[in-house]
Design a protein around this ligand. Structure first.
Ligand code: KMH
Ligand code: ZN
Length: 279
């Protein structure tokens, strides 16, 4: 059994404006440089959203494919594409993300309030995405924004069986305005409701809850997601300068708790990832 901590980095997201946060990695070169430095700092998996030439979120097929290939060539990180995109992306475009042949994809387990918007994940879309991931041998990471999403995951496994690779990994995303808060109490309520099939779980807290959620997750046997998709503030009054800072801090926390960062190879084994590297 693997006993360390998977560190996932979510470096970009779809919500932050490059003009306001110039250090946000939005170009392909910046993404690859970020992936390399985060791998050196201890990351095992990268959760990718791509941007267009104007730094706006996009699900452009060529850009997705280029991002997957470039990060796969430059690092050994597990390459996960977001199928959440931005709240404005249509469901059919979100399904086509899998055409870029990622190792893993996010799969959010239900609709949720998302600030002033709604992040739409109806049941039929979840089933279509799950079945497509099974068919393409892509490992889903189930995103849990609400306690009810755990019940929807239960229903998804009952309806469609286990994911490709046989492992069930989920990620709590806490602190989105209008959804579950980024508190230790909320995270532990979720951990108490995990379906029996879950083999590993991670957590991230948006904004202020980032550190309390991380500390709780490591203490409770979970893994960590960090990155500028979720948190732009490193410490009071100090912005994150580079995603690798967040990964380094998470690696220190994990080491202190005697569960050091997993290598990308260990992460691949834990998650049941199919080998797609050509080296
Ligand atoms: N950008 C959010 C609307 C995911 O990557 O799958 C959705 C999101 C979740 O970030
Ligand atoms: Zn995302």
């Amino acid at each position: 059994m693997i006993s360390g901590t998977l560190l996932t980095v979510a470096p970009t997201g779809a919500e932050t404006d490059k003009a306001q946060v110039p250090q946000l990695p939005t170009t392909l070169d910046e993404l690859v440089e970020t992936a390399r430095r985060c791998e050196e700092a201890g990351a095992g998996l990268i959760h990718i959203h791509v941007r267009d030439a104007q730094h706006r979120p996009t699900l452009d097929a060529a850009r997705l494919r280029d991002a997957v290939q470039a990060v796969r060539e430059a690092t050994d990180l597990v390459v996960q594409l977001s199928t959440g995109g931005s709240v404005h992306d249509p469901l059919d475009a979100r399904l086509r993300v899998l055409d870029a042949d990622p190792d893993s994809c996010s799969l959010t387990c239900g609709t949720t309030n998302f600030g002033d918007d709604v992040f739409l994940n109806p049941w039929g879309f979840m089933v279509d995405l799950y079945r497509l991931a099974q068919e393409r041998e892509v490992v889903p990471e189930f995103e849990i924004f609400e306690l009810g999403h755990l019940h929807a995951l239960r229903r998804l496994i009952d309806t469609c069986g286990l994911p490709f690779g046989g492992k069930v990994h989920l990620d709590f995303v806490l602190g989105v305005p209008g959804s579950m808060p980024a508190t230790p109490q909320a995270l532990l309520a979720g951990v108490a409701m995990l379906p029996a099939e879950v083999t590993s779980w991670s957590a991230t807290g948006i904004g202020r809850g980032h550190l309390p959620v991380a500390a709780t997750a490591v203490a409770a046997g979970g893994h960590l997601r960090v990155g500028m998709e979720d948190n732009l503030v490193f410490a009071r009054g100090r912005q994150v300068a580079h995603n690798s800072e967040l990964v380094s801090r998470a690696a220190q926390l994990a080491a202190l708790m005697q569960r050091p960062a997993l290598s990308p190879e260990q992460a691949r084994e834990m998650l049941g990832i199919k080998e797609r590297r050509s080296r």
